[in-house]
Design a protein around this ligand. Structure first.
Ligand SMILES: Cc1cc2nc3c(=O)[nH]c(=O)nc-3n(C[C@H](O)[C@H](O)[C@H](O)COP(=O)(O)OP(=O)(O)OC[C@H]3O[C@@H](n4cnc5c(N)ncnc54)[C@H](O)[C@@H]3O)c2cc1C
Length: 391
C-alpha cells in the first residue's frame, strides 16, 4: 500500500485557539499519525491566561496558577515545540522565519493574539507600558511595585483605555496597592465612554467601583501625544504621570500583512467561515489576529476559545482532504468583569448582575480552563490504536 505523503503543519503562537488544536491532535492522533508532522512556534514557553490576569495583579493568584505550560501539551500532542518569535512569513516558499531560522510548512495556522496599539499616539511607544505581551507587562508591574516600596513622595499612575481590559487592570492594581493610597494616585483615561459596547448599567456600576477604589475617571479624553511624564489630550489639556499603562486599541504584528495575506487595513487576517485565509488556502488564523468581516466580534479570549475546536477540526480535515466545517460566532457572550476585590459584574444579553459569588463562579471557570490544559491529561482516546499501529 502506498504511504500517504507526510504534510508539515506549522502552528504559530500558543494562543487560546491553539491550545485546543494541541488537545485535538492528542485525542485524534490515530487519524493523522504518519501523515502529519506538527511544529509549534511560540515566543513564550507558557501561555498566560488573560482571564486571570486581573486576579493575578490584584494578588488573588500566584503567577504559576495563571500560566499554561506548552511543553507537556506539545509533547502529548506529538508536536515539536520551538521557542521562536516569528518575524516573517514567505508565502511564495511556504516558510516562516524568525531569529535567523526558518520553518517550512504545507499548512500554517496563526494564533498570535494582538497588542495595544502604540503607534496611533506619538510618544506612546517611548513612554507607555502596554498591557500585552502579558509576560513583559508582569515584569513591568513587578518593577513598579518595587519602586513603590521605596517611594518618598506621592506618584500618579495613569491607565489609558476604558474597555474591559483597562478597567479590570486599574481596579486590580489599585486593590493590590490599597495600603498605599496616600502615596499612589490612580487615573483611568478613555477617549469615549467607559465600557463602550457593554450595557450602560454595567458601566454605571463600574463607575461606582472606580470611585470607591480612589480611581479618577476621565472619559471622552482623547490622548493626542505623550512626552516624558506628561500626557497631552486633543482638547489641549494635559495630565502629569509617573507611570503610564497602555490598554487601548488592538494592533496586529506587522509581518502578518507584510506577507501578502489578505488583511484589513489594521493588519488583521481576513478569514472565511472555515477560519481559513481568503487569499491563501494553506493559511488558517484564529483568535485576536483573525477577522471575519461577515461576523465581526470584539477581540476577546472567549471567541478564540470557541474557535479552537473548529480550527483544530479543520486543520485535520484539510490534511485528510475532507470538507471543512464552519464557525459562526455567538451574538453575545457572558462577560464577567472583576472589580479588584473578589467581586464581579456579569453582563449577558443586556442583563447585568454584580456579586461576590460571580467572582467565585468566574474563578471556577478560569481554574477549570487551566486544569484542562495542564498535566496529567486524560489518556488519548485512541492511545491503544496508536500503539497497535506502531508495533
Ligand atoms: C487585562 C486583560 C484582561 C482580559 N480579560 C479577558 C477576559 O476576561 N475574557 C476574555 O474573553 N478576554 C479577555 N481579554 C482579551 C484576551 O486577552 C484576548 O482576546 C485573547 O488573549 C486572545 O487570544 P489569542 O488566542 O488570540 O492570543 P493570545 O492569548 O494573546 O496568545 C498569543 C500567543 O502567541 C504568542 N506569540 C505572539 N506573537 C508571536 C510570534 N510572532 N511568534 C510566535 N509566537 C507568538 C504569544 O507568546 C502568546 O502565547 C483580556 C485582555 C486584557 C489585556
Amino acid at each position: 500500500m502506498a504511504t500517504a505523503t507526510l504534510k508539515r503543519l506549522l502552528l504559530i503562537g500558543g494562543g487560546h485557539a491553539h491550545l485546543f488544536v494541541l488537545e485535538t491532535l492528542r485525542k485524534r492522533r490515530s487519524e493523522w499519525h504518519g501523515r502529519l508532522e506538527v511544529t509549534l512556534l511560540s515566543r513564550t514557553l507558557a501561555t498566560a491566561y488573560s482571564g486571570m490576569l486581573p486576579g493575578l495583579i490584584a494578588g488573588h493568584y500566584r503567577t504559576r496558577q495563571c500560566l499554561i505550560d506548552l511543553p507537556p501539551l506539545a509533547a502529548q500532542a506529538g508536536a515539536t515545540l520551538v521557542q521562536a518569535d516569528v518575524e516573517q512569513l514567505d508565502l511564495a516558499r511556504n516558510v516562516a522565519l524568525g531569529g535567523g531560522r526558518e520553518w517550512e510548512f504545507d499548512l500554517v495556522s496563526i494564533d498570535i493574539g494582538s497588542s495595544p496599539s502604540l503607534t496611533a499616539v506619538p510618544g506612546a511607544a517611548q513612554h507607555a507600558a502596554p498591557v500585552k505581551p502579558i509576560d513583559l507587562f508582569l515584569q513591568h508591574w513587578r518593577e513598579l511595585q518595587d519602586q513603590i516600596g521605596t517611594l518618598t513622595r506621592p506618584i500618579h499612575m495613569v491607565v489609558v483605555g476604558g474597555g474591559a481590559g483597562g478597567v479590570e487592570l486599574v481596579l486590580a492594581m489599585a486593590h493590590r496597592l490599597e495600603g498605599q493610597r496616600a502615596l499612589v494616585k490612580w487615573s483611568l483615561v478613555t477617549s469615549g465612554e467607559l465600557l463602550a459596547g457593554y450595557p450602560r448599567r454595567a458601566a454605571r456600576l463600574m463607575v461606582r467601583h472606580l470611585a470607591e477604589a480612589g480611581v479618577a475617571l476621565r472619559t471622552n479624553a482623547e490622548a493626542a501625544c505623550i512626552e516624558q511624564g506628561k500626557l497631552h489630550f486633543a482638547d489641549g489639556s494635559s495630565a502629569a504621570f509617573d507611570a503610564l499603562i497602555w490598554a487601548t486599541g488592538a494592533a496586529a504584528q506587522s509581518w502578518v500583512a507584510a506577507s501578502g495575506l489578505a488583511c484589513e487595513d489594521n493588519g488583521f487576517v481576513i478569514v472565511n467561515e472555515h477560519l481559513q485565509s481568503t487569499s491563501h488556502p494553506q493559511v488558517f488564523a484564529a483568535g485576536d489576529i483573525a477577522v471575519n468581516p461577515l461576523h465581526r466580534r470584539p477581540k476577546a479570549g472567549v471567541f478564540a476559545v470557541r474557535q479552537g475546536p473548529v480550527l483544530a477540526d479543520n486543520l485535520l480535515r484539510q490534511v485528510l482532504d475532507l470538507p471543512l466545517a464552519s464557525y459562526r460566532p455567538q451574538m453575545d457572550y457572558l462577560s464577567l468583569l472583576a472589580t479588584g476585590q473578589r467581586h464581579a459584574i456579569a453582563s449577558w444579553y443586556g442583563l447585568v448582575w454584580e456579586a461576590a459569588w460571580l467572582w467565585r463562579w468566574k474563578d471556577r471557570i478560569d481554574q477549570r480552563f487551566i486544569r484542562r490544559f495542564s498535566p496529567p491529561f486524560e489518556a488519548p482516546v485512541d492511545a491503544q490504536s496508536i500503539e497497535d499501529a506502531s508495533r
